[in-house]
Design a protein around this ligand. Structure first.
Ligand code: URA
Length: 204
């Protein structure tokens, strides 16, 4: 019997890119991760949000921002009146990096080489989606998007012109908010993150 031809998504589509990324081995992170967590959202999204890398739950689900950080993100955009289904949501690094500790998998920050390798995919996503507004959440996303090590606080909270008429907006990463131990400070920082989402809604 003849083997059926595998069904491949048409070249140049988001689905084709997703299929290619599913077998990515450009860096060692693929070996331990469950799967590639590629970006998600409509092809004609006007806004692209970029995080750091998938966490434990994202790794299992195969979707970005579905765990605790995703909850902070979802709540903040919802209060600003931003509809997640119209956004393209992705990460600078597409595999979960962690250290096994007993039954737990403890998140580890991706290093510069890993971010550098994965910029390949982020660039292809940008070329395909062509968002008007790109939101960098956290220092890793900022580095991946600009290729420069810059201080997040220096750039946070305003529209920054990029090439091809795009606008970059920089804010903190939602996981950072979850890690603040002091309740009062946490509430302040959360309010500021929400304010950033309101600014994004106005810019969009
Ligand atoms: N943190 C991220 O940066 N991305 C996710 O998808 C989840 C948590």
């Amino acid at each position: 019997a003849r083997l059926p031809m595998p069904e491949l998504a048409p070249a140049g589509t988001l689905e084709a890119l997703r299929e290619e990324a599913a077998v990515c081995n450009r860096c060692p992170l693929h070996a331990r991760a469950t799967q590639t967590v590629f970006g998600e959202g409509p092809f004609d999204a006007k806004i692209m949000f970029v995080g750091e890398q998938p966490g434990d739950q994202e790794d299992l689900a195969g979707r970005p921002f579905v765990g605790p950080a995703g909850k902070v993100f979802d709540d903040a955009i919802a209060q600003a009146g931003i509809d997640r289904s119209r956004l393209y949501v992705t990460n600078a690094v597409k595999h979960f990096k962690y250290e096994p500790r007993g039954k737990r998998r403890v998140h580890q920050r991706p290093n510069l080489g890993e971010v550098q390798q994965c910029r390949w995919w982020l660039k292809l996503e940008l070329d395909l989606i062509k968002p008007k507004l790109i939101v960098a959440m956290g220092a890793t996303a900022l580095y991946s998007l600009t290729g420069e090590k810059q201080k997040l606080e220096d750039l946070r909270g305003r529209a920054i012109a990029m090439e091809e008429g795009r606008v970059l907006f920089v804010t903190v990463h939602p996981s950072y908010l979850l890690r603040i131990p002091d309740e009062e400070r946490k509430a302040q920082e959360l309010a500021r993150f929400r304010q950033d989402m309101n600014l994004i809604k106005e810019l969009a």
